[in-house]
Design a binder for this molecule. Structure first.
Ligand code: SF4
Length: 234
């Protein structure tokens, strides 16, 4: 019997990244030890056993929500690649693949887990910017792009110009090492629940991207505009 730690399973339209606008089912794991300063899901940090759910129950819940119509699942967190989650995530992916779901994994940019990355259809991999207080290993990023660049995006939350510059520096280094553009790299302008829509920040990031030769795609968090920046499970 496989037991998972699940915060919630829900249907929503993807609000960020290159799949924005596509309805899917989110399976949000409970438990993360990474500690990003600007995390908007701090309620998922604790590895709390009261969130235990049997694998069969999780799969049934996905099937019930899907009703055979929505065949995309995004596995997120928390940190679904934490070693404590990996066996459960692997089992879940195998069950869902047997039922023909397209699987996206949200990777926090601190681990490349080959056994999971090989199985999923898409990887959304964070490059952590200085404002997050967390560092993404450049070697891991390089490995991710080399092995999985054909089915991934890199995402960076940008709070200010320093975040942009740090992201550009690593983009440039990765490009030089690989001798090619490192896949699709998305900048997500930071939008804190406590603030009104950050129009100036958004415009500054758009302009910086143009000035630096347009290496990135700037994509805001649509769900926050539509439902409000502090709404959960939307
Ligand atoms: S990895 Fe995700 S859940 Fe964990 S602290 Fe960072 S933003 Fe929050």
């Amino acid at each position: 019997m496989t037991t998972l730690l699940i915060n919630t399973i829900y249907k929503a339209t993807e609000g960020e990244g290159i799949h924005v606008g596509i309805p899917q089912i989110f399976v949000r794991f409970q438990g993360c030890s990474i500690g990003c300063v600007n995390c908007d899901s701090k309620e998922t940090w604790e590895f709390d056993p009261s969130f235990s759910m049997e694998l069969e129950t999780a799969v049934s819940e996905v099937e019930k929500i899907s009703q055979g119509k929505i065949k995309r699942v995004s596995i997120t967190g928390g940190d679904p690649l934490h070693p404590g989650h990996v066996p459960g995530v692997l089992a879940l992916i195998k069950e869902l693949k047997q039922r023909n779901y397209f699987i996206n994994i949200e990777a926090a940019g601190t681990r490349v887990v080959d056994e999971i990355f090989d199985l999923v259809d898409f990887i959304s991999y964070d490059f952590k910017t200085p404002s997050t207080g967390v560092r993404t290993s450049k070697d891991l990023l390089l490995k991710m792009v080399e092995q999985y660049g054909h089915k991934s995006q890199i995402k960076s939350v940008i709070a200010h110009k320093k975040d942009f510059e740090a992201t550009y520096e690593v983009y440039y280094q990765t490009q030089s090492k690989l001798d090619k553009v490192p896949g699709t790299w998305v900048l997500t302008p930071c939008y804190e629940p406590s603030e009104p829509f950050p129009m100036e920040r958004f415009q500054q990031i758009l302009q910086l991207n143009e000035e630096f030769g347009a290496p990135f795609r700037v994509i805001g968090q649509q769900h926050k505009w539509v439902y409000g920046a502090d709404q959960k499970s939307v």
